[in-house]
Design a protein around this ligand. Structure first.
Ligand code: ATR
Length: 272
């Protein structure tokens, strides 16, 4: 049995053990996947223990360790290099730590599952933390007309826009710098956790807009509720992204692509 885990702090409510158990069942993979809470101050020594004592083959990493783990990895995929954070690790047989980031591809696959095309579209990405940074390069591969990064703290958004400016038309600013409307509006802030919505003008929405909250909950998030009030064409929460990023991690470890839709359906039924 090959062993894997997700680490975070807190980690109790993680759906990853369920998701990976379902993937393993589907594909008859003999793996064990658990959730492990790691103390906030000891990521480096915890990684060593997971590898040397628990003999894990790989791990997923969640809040708040993604950036710190990125800095500790011995080698990185190109997409992880650019993301500045990792959510997936392979413990290599020579003892080194390989880091990858599957969050961005997870978002893109979920958008594709919903038949949302990004080409030539105006995208508004709200937030400029680790979650936002991880999805910028993957989104730009679809050649949108423009990506505007809007953040409560404007300077963080303009910095991110500069950092990725080689990939296309990317602008950044504060909430008051946002003008016009957008085809696709993606919330990558933590505001929904506090039941708040970003303080953006209502003019961002049209009846054709598609709104995506990278968060999810057992009911509509504050952002999804707000978007629905403006009669947008489509609202999507982050549960599909969660399953897709897990599927990409499973692929890295086991070289098998699981059926994500079956697992997503089960998760939806479980949280009802
Ligand atoms: P993550 O890894 O989830 O991105 P983070 O790096 O701490 O976490 O970033 C949190 C993001 O949510 C930031 O963009 C933050 O805005 P600031 O940079 O101005 O702090 C945003 N955020 C958090 N709470 C928010 C709120 N109530 N309204 C708007 N933005 C919020």
């Amino acid at each position: 049995t090959d062993k894997y885990a997700v680490i975070g702090h807190p980690i109790k409510h993680s759906k990853s053990p369920f998701i990976h158990a379902e993937f393993a069942k589907q594909s008859q993979q003999d793996i064990e996947y658990t959730a492990i809470e790691v103390p906030l101050e000891s990521l480096a020594s915890s990684l060593q223990q997971l590898r040397d004592i628990l003999k894990l083959k790989g791990i997923n990493i969640t809040v708040p360790f993604k950036e710190q783990a990125w800095a500790l990895a011995d080698s990185l995929s190109d997409r992880a290099q650019r993301a500045g954070a990792i959510n997936t690790v392979i413990f290599e047989s020579d003892g080194t730590i390989y880091g990858d980031n599957t969050d961005g591809i997870g978002l893109c696959r979920d958008l594709e599952n919903h038949h949302i095309s990004l080409k030539d579209k105006r995208i508004l990405l709200i937030g400029a933390g680790g979650a936002a940074r991880g999805v910028i390069a993957p989104l730009m591969t679809y050649q949108p007309a423009e990506l505007f990064i809007a953040n409560r703290t404007a300077s963080k958004a303009t910095q991110l826009a500069d950092l990725f400016s080689d990939l296309g038309i990317i602008k950044g600013g504060g909430f008051t710098d946002v003008s016009g409307h957008f085809d696709i509006i993606i919330n990558a802030t933590a505001a929904s956790l506090q039941d708040e919505v970003p303080d953006l003008p209502e003019s961002i929405f049209t009846e054709k807009s598609c709104c995506y909250d990278m968060m999810y909950a057992d009911r509509d998030t504050a952002f999804i509720k707000w978007a629905k009030q403006h009669k947008v064409s489509q609202t999507i929460d982050g549960l599909g992204m969660l399953v897709e990023q897990a599927a990409e991690a499973f692929y890295l470890w086991r070289h098998i692509r699981p059926d994500t839709q079956a697992v997503l359906q089960q998760l939806r039924e479980n949280i009802k």
